[in-house]
Design a protein around this ligand. Structure first.
Ligand SMILES: C[S@@+](CC[C@H](N)C(=O)[O-])C[C@H]1O[C@@H](n2cnc3c(N)ncnc32)[C@H](O)[C@@H]1O
Length: 244
């Protein structure tokens, strides 16, 4: 894998601690900026991701790196499972997720908790599905996080990952890259409480394995079947991985 990118560069804190600090800082404006910067396409991307799990009818779902719980809420809508655990390393994100879930009266189905994807408290094989949107790129140790997911998934379980990828098609690649590298960090700098967060977003996507490269990593972890589907000309990609 390429060199590690962290939000604040080399310093006293490792990537995981820096990521936690960054998401705590940007949490209050996270939903607003997501909608604005993606022109609300993010809701369509999450809808498509959960849709990939409908056929397998999962009853228990773990949404890792839940942020403000949008993917967990979409999972409830499309899958109607018995329970969803929405977990995130950022206490501020979990605070907002908890409020959003309570407002929607979903707290009997979706529970929230602060937790680290790389060290999950759950027993082996305790979930039918695990979902992660825009989270895996931020893990301190990608393989450790994916191994933990593999461990807590039932043998018939599926993992659905939504993550940014790098468009490859000319001239969309060039146009999108200009927006992603220059315009988006400038808007992020002016509006979020962390001027570095949206520069980190661009930089972390550039070094993160996408398409087949990410599928290979999932297979190395042990997943038997891995498929992927690029969305919106490859701005992001859904990966579906199963243990069988
Ligand atoms: C870009 S946000 C995505 C939030 C949400 N899933 C969405 O679709 O909007 C990434 C989230 O990953 C969380 N995160 C990063 N590393 C994590 C880890 N090791 N364990 C759990 N959550 C983590 C961050 O705190 C942040 O809330």
């Amino acid at each position: 894998m390429a060199t590690e990118v962290t939000p604040y560069g080399t310093g006293n804190q490792d990537k995981k601690a820096q990521v936690t600090t960054m998401f705590d800082k940007i949490a209050p404006i996270y939903d607003l900026l997501n909608g604005l910067l993606s022109l609300n396409t993010d809701t369509y991307w999450r809808r498509k991701t959960i849709n990939r799990l409908v056929q397998s009818k999962p009853k228990t779902v773990l949404d890792i790196a839940t942020g403000t719980a949008d993917l967990a809420i979409e999972a409830n809508k499309q899958l109607s499972p018995d329970k969803i655990v929405a977990l995130d390393i950022s206490p501020k994100m979990i605070e907002l997720a908890t409020q959003k879930i309570a407002k929607k009266n979903l707290d009997s189905i979706i529970s929230t908790e602060v937790g680290d994807s790389e060290n999950l408290r759950f027993e082996d094989q305790s979930f039918d599905a695990v979902t992660v949107s825009f989270g895996v790129r931020n893990f301190g140790d990608l393989k450790q996080g994916l191994s933990e997911i593999y461990r807590v998934l039932n043998n018939q379980g599926n993992l659905a990952v939504l993550e940014f990828s790098r468009p490859t098609m000319f001239p969309f690649k060039q146009v999108f890259n200009f927006y992603f590298k220059y315009i988006l960090p400038t808007i992020g700098k002016l509006t979020s409480k962390d001027p570095k967060a949206y520069k980190y977003l661009y930089e972390s996507v550039q070094v993160f394995p996408d398409y087949e490269d990410f599928a290979i990593i999932l297979k190395e972890i042990g997943f038997k079947t891995v498929t992927w589907k690029p969305l919106t000309l490859g701005i992001c990609t859904i990966y579906l991985a199963s243990k069988e």
